[in-house]
Design a binder for this molecule. Sequence first.
Ligand code: PFF
Length: 449
Amino acid sequence: MSQNNSRAVFTTRFGAIATTVGSAVGLGNIWRFPYEAGVHGGGAFMICYLAFVFLIGVPLLCAEFCMGRGTRSNIFGAYRKLGGPHLARFAGTLGIVASLMILSFYSVVAGWTVEYCLSSLTGGLDFSDTAAGHGQFVSLTTGWRPLLWTAVFLVANFVILISGVTKGIERASNVMMPILFLLLVAFCINSFFLPGFGDGMRFIFAPDFSKITPQVLFGALGQAFFSLSLGIGGMMTYASYFSDKSRLGRTAMTTALLDSAVAILAGVIIFPAVFSFGISPQAGPTLVFEVLPNIFDRLPGGMIWSTLFFLLLFLASLTSTVSMSEISISYFCEEKKMSRTRATVLSSAIALAGGLLCAMSFGVMSDFTIFGMTVFDLFDYVASNFCMPVGGFVCAVFVGWFVDRKFIKDQLTDYEAYRFPLLRPLRFCLRWLCPVAILLIFLNITGIL
Ligand code: PFF
């Protein structure tokens, strides 16, 4: 990134793609996707998720990219410049509040990766059998240690954010992401040799269409939004740092392809193991942390694999939290005229308060529930399943119906430098497909339809 008229800009097209993929690929793919797929019946969920990624996610990525780069503003500023103050207040506030909620619970899970990484390194993990794995998870995620790791993770995030916009993490992610990808491929190959390979693959790839319920559609929609960092201005904010030659359409497609590839790899790793080790696919948020160490335990040099994996997962989480923090930081800096340092302190402090509450959901606050959910589950459910799709709905309707066509065309063709042949289908998706699909799913889940 380089400074340009006081606003940072990613210097290369590769830099823009790498950081966008860095935002998309994270715990959402490796931790959240398998547990959501497990809870929602496997194959049926997978089909819905992929359909939403490509039919709703890619058009919305294009829309957010156009708004962000075209206005070179944070989410609030982008809506204000293109649509006026009322829209900005609604969509901007929704995005900023949701991003801080996500940052809170995400930091807890990222904190678990720190704990698992260090415990693997010191040989402290005992995953000799499934019960031991579960017991270990419980002991590592209750008490005061998760609070500490949540705070440690947020401090790491803070340090990266404060040292300018992400130069270090940009470089690190360019190297680490391909390594993470290779490691996932290696674990996939290992899955092939597990006794539950066939059952696992059937579970995740053979869709039973009768299992597509309103809950499955709702969960898959939320997962598609979460995984692509959509609807709350994450991608809009990053696009505001893209150079004028970023090829937005291609960047959107590359991001969606790589992001879903990582989620599918995670599924191929987790479900054969789930069936091999007799773990319930419906275990929920703890699933991956209970399953993975069982896999490592059976590999030669398991400790090294495990340490490396959790280290890379930690870094993948950082590249995602940097982007979600940037949503509120850019708002505080540009709209509230705070210095970057103050804005970063404020956003980190809010996330820390929320993060500690979420971390305690697995310990002293496990009995404290709202609508039957712990604070951790509530933050995830509200932000991912409500705020993100509602933000996506607003963005699709706004860009599809109200933003000047020429503005969108200029963004997608880099001011006529080349053609963008998919402009019409894109507009159709934004005007009709995305809003109608999101609306139907919401009406369906509330029982109105
Ligand atoms: N897409 C990230 C993941 O899958 O881990 C999570 C995320 C990042 C959500 C940035 C929202 C956001 F703004």
